[in-house]
Write a new protein. Structure first.
Length: 275
């Protein structure tokens, strides 16, 4: 029987209407004034989604008792920039659940959901244009055997259905765990847990296919989380087995150059903030 070996059991998602994705564990819906309004959390033990509305003081008001089901062991959630659809990666059922976001913030399951993924899908993100969705399949680290790969999908703007892009699934280094996309939707960055590296891919703006252009060492194993700064100038990677953070400058061609002597070290480093 499969067992979850990922480090996080609950993932938050802030869903923002019309804007570039916020942290992966926090993607929220906002109105025209850019105020965050809805927050979603996946509950791995109960295979459900919690729905919240953010009130004026920043606290969260539940929209109801968590009852909307996912696949088995949901670990990641993301939404389209327009706030139309939300998607959940289910690490033990090897699929992605799709939902329509209603005007009141509640979710409704898509009739065509779920969508097949690879072994151990755990991290899901939508590109800034809202046309493509990408999933890291962390395989042996999360749910079974293998070194993992990347799944890419085109999002049907009317139905929310996911259709694999040409070439999907895409090869990766050993145990791809996290993925983020630059502000222009031109490049994807993947943290490889067992390789201790970041892979850079160019995104075909027509098809959504991924083409590898660079693979760089992070200087430590256990590369688990990564994020771009708000301007997309720097990329930061958490190395959980080396207890440090690696930093890279992002070039105009999407490629990475290590920032000298950044190597901030911690003991027992952990972060639940997926970006």
């Amino acid at each position: 029987m499969k067992s979850v070996r990922s480090v996080s059991a609950v993932t938050l998602c802030l869903v923002v209407f019309g804007f570039v994705a916020l942290p992966h564990q926090a993607q929220a819906q906002s109105n025209g004034n850019r105020r965050v309004e809805f927050v979603y959390a996946v509950n791995q033990d109960s295979n459900t989604i919690s729905e919240f509305k953010r009130v004026g003081n920043g606290s969260l008001m539940p929209l109801g008792t968590p009852s909307l089901t996912t696949g088995t062991a949901p670990t990641g959630v993301a939404a389209t920039p327009t706030g139309t659809f939300a998607y959940v990666a289910n690490v033990l059922s090897d699929d992605v659940s799709g939902y329509r976001i209603n005007p009141d913030g509640t979710l409704s399951s898509l009739a065509v959901s779920p969508f097949p993924a690879g072994s151990g899908p755990d991290w899901v993100t939508v590109d800034p244009t809202g046309r493509f969705l990408y999933v890291t399949n962390c395989a042996a680290l999360c749910s079974g055997a293998g070194q993992g790969n990347l799944s890419g999908y085109a999002i049907n703007k009317s139905t929310g259905a996911l259709v694999p892009v040409p070439g999907s699934p895409f090869p990766a280094e050993q145990i791809p765990y996290a993925i983020t996309i630059d502000l222009t939707g031109s490049y994807a960055y993947v943290a490889n847990y067992s390789s201790g590296s970041v892979s850079v891919f160019a995104i075909d703006q027509t098809t959504g296919s991924l083409s590898p252009i660079q693979n760089v060492s992070t200087g430590g194993l256990g590369s688990l989380y990564l994020t771009l700064d708000p301007q997309g100038r720097f990329l930061y990677v958490v190395n959980t087995q080396a207890d440090n953070i690696a930093a890279f400058a992002v070039g105009s061609n999407g490629q990475l150059t290590a920032v000298p002597r950044f190597a901030v070290s911690f003991r027992g480093l952990y972060t639940g903030n997926r970006c």
